[in-house]
Design a protein around this ligand. Sequence first.
Ligand code: RTP
Ligand code: MG
Length: 147
Amino acid sequence: MDRTFLMIKPDGVQRGLIGRIVSRLEDKGFKLVAGKLVLVTEEQAKRHYAEHEGKDFFDSLVRFITSGPVFAMVLEGDDIITLSRIVIGKTKVTEALPGTIRGDFANHTPSNLIHGSDSPESAEREIANFFSPEELVVYDKSITPWI
Ligand code: RTP
Ligand code: MG
């Protein structure tokens, strides 16, 4: 079973979009196994964005993600990393298509509302950076929407 780490970024929380973004994930039938509002520490932010260390936007990315609360989540399901990134949409708002979260709600590239892990290795590292194993709730959820 695959897992991914999703995080509604400070811009999404400030704009009051937690409910609408989570609704989109629920509409798609994704299984949420953890979720909480978090103030990200600088150390946690640097660990989260370790892959971008050294890039010119790294410092501003860390400042942005620590600027206010985020809503951190873990989702579980087959192909959840790929599927959730499709629902999220492209990183650059100029490429994010309507129908995706970024395409419908974001208009500025660093402030693109939501993060999603890009590989199983990233997901494992990112989940461990925000959640303890006990916080991941074990339960059954039907994946057949007609039941
Ligand atoms: P994320 O990690 O947030 O889900 O986004 P992503 O995979 O679609 O994009 P990634 O390449 O991992 O970039 C992480 C975040 O950094 C900001 N960014 N700014 N100024 C820039 O050129 C630039 N490029 C990326 C965005 O907030 C992006 O989501
Ligand atoms: Mg990324």
